[in-house]
Design a protein around this ligand. Structure first.
Ligand code: GLV
Ligand code: MN
Ligand code: MN
Length: 398
């Protein structure tokens, strides 16, 4: 499976993946998913929001056990974030069959669309739409950097954007959803465990900071006459670092756009996107408020107008203890399986508001993720498949 998937959407310049919602590489990933479903004689479904499903058993019977993840990437992402969960799902199904285990419940593998939000700025669009956590109106307003709207992008890729919207009937078929994912930290790295179970996802969100100044000549405008938004932006980036460090939180400006973006012009606009996360919602709110305050203070000094827009927000997710404990019991042999919180967002987190949901993490020796350097050892990936097969067997076969 990896041999076919690895070249898809990979940049030869960076070695990273550029699989963005509804682009060509995304279409190739979708074709790959469909081919894997067909090769196993599974019933293929494309839902109204562009999520792909492959069913063993009757999709409408209810109480289904579902596993899967996503195939899209961040800009120059690694090979494992997302695809490890989908590949492992098909491999775990193969493993179940080779064990001679026939699920008593319907079993499905899912590929959620646009998990990373690399193109339209909002993460988990496919699962959010299905779960009713993103309105159709808001989804229609999403635009990529070239001004192409989400419906236009879907249409160009051959999908019907008029169909998007909540999908409660489909989610009601699910008795348990388990997402396997590469770990995005080093909690397992120095332990004897190749696999851990998720406990919680930190609350997280994305905020757009717009700094409006005045374009002018870089050579002739006296320093004291400038209204330079770059200064307010720079101060805000430093404040983000300070606020996050002080609170044990995370704050990152990873994307910035400058207008007019000329070397010899003072910018008229600097737009920076803040990604911030913390262990609890009060801390996250305080961190973001502190960063916003710093932006306004420096903006005031520079004659720069500051506007802050919250583009997305996901509250704290505590995975359902019943399912989590069942997974831990299935996977515990001698030592208890580690329970891990994470600062990363997942479709499993979105779904957890609607269906019983759990996650498995596969050890990542460096902890690096959202980078071409992301890695996982083959033995650990195999252990992940075995663990997922054990979990599917425990949940679906008896
Ligand atoms: C998704 O990977 C996120 O946590 O941003
Ligand atoms: Mn990711
Ligand atoms: Mn992911």
């Amino acid at each position: 499976m990896w041999a076919e998937l690895l070249p898809v959407g990979r940049s030869s310049a960076s070695g990273g993946y550029r699989r963005y919602a509804w682009n060509e590489a995304d279409a190739d990933c979708r074709d790959w998913f469909r081919a894997q479903a067909d090769a196993r004689g599974l019933t293929y479904e494309l839902d109204r929001n562009g999520n792909q499903w492959a069913w063993l058993g009757d999709p409408t019977a209810g109480d289904a056990v579902v596993t899967g993840s996503h195939l899209d990437s961040v800009p120059d992402g690694g090979a494992f974030d997302g695809p490890l969960g989908v590949v492992s799902s098909f491999a775990a199904l193969d493993e179940l069959r080779s064990r001679g285990k026939l699920p008593a419940k319907p079993l499905a593998i899912v590929n959620f669309g646009d998990e990373e939000g690399a193109r339209f700025g909002l993460a988990c669009v496919g699962s959010r739409l299905a779960a009713g956590q993103l309105s159709v109106e808001k989804a229609h307003e999403l635009r990529d950097a070239d001004g192409i709207s989400l419906p236009q992008a879907m249409e160009r890729a051959g999908y019907d954007p008029e169909a998007i919207g909540p999908d409660p009937e489909r989610l009601a078929r699910i008795g348990a959803f388990v997402e396997l994912h590469v770990e995005q930290g080093r909690a397992l790295a120095d332990t004897p465990h190749a696999v851990g179970v998720a406990s919680a996802i930190w609350p997280h969100g994305r905020w757009r900071f717009d700094f409006h100044g005045e374009a002018n000549h870089a050579g002739t405008t006296r320093m004291e006459d400038r209204r330079d938004p770059m200064l307010a932006y720079a101060e805000t980036v430093l404040a983000a670092r300070e606020q996050a460090e002080r609170s044990g939180a995370r704050a990152t400006f990873g994307k910035v756009a400058v207008e007019p973006n000329g070397v010899n012009a003072i910018p008229s606009l600097v737009r920076g996107w803040l990604d911030s996360r913390a262990a609890d919602e009060a801390t996250l709110a305080a961190v973001v408020a502190g960063i916003e305050r710093a932006a306004r203070v420096r903006g005031g000094c520079e004659g720069v107008e500051v506007r802050v827009t919250r583009e997305s927000y996901t509250p704290v997710i505590e995975f359902e203890h019943g399912l989590r404990d069942r997974l831990a019991a299935i996977l515990t042999t001698t030592e208890p399986v580690p329970l891990l919180p994470t600062g990363a967002g997942h479709d499993a987190g979105i779904l957890s508001a609607t269906v019983p949901t759990a996650m498995l993490y596969v050890r990542n020796p460096t902890g690096v993720s959202h980078s071409p350097a992301e890695s996982a050892a083959e033995d650990d990936c195999t252990a992940g498949v075995t663990a997922l097969a054990d979990v599917l067997e425990g949940l679906a076969c008896r």
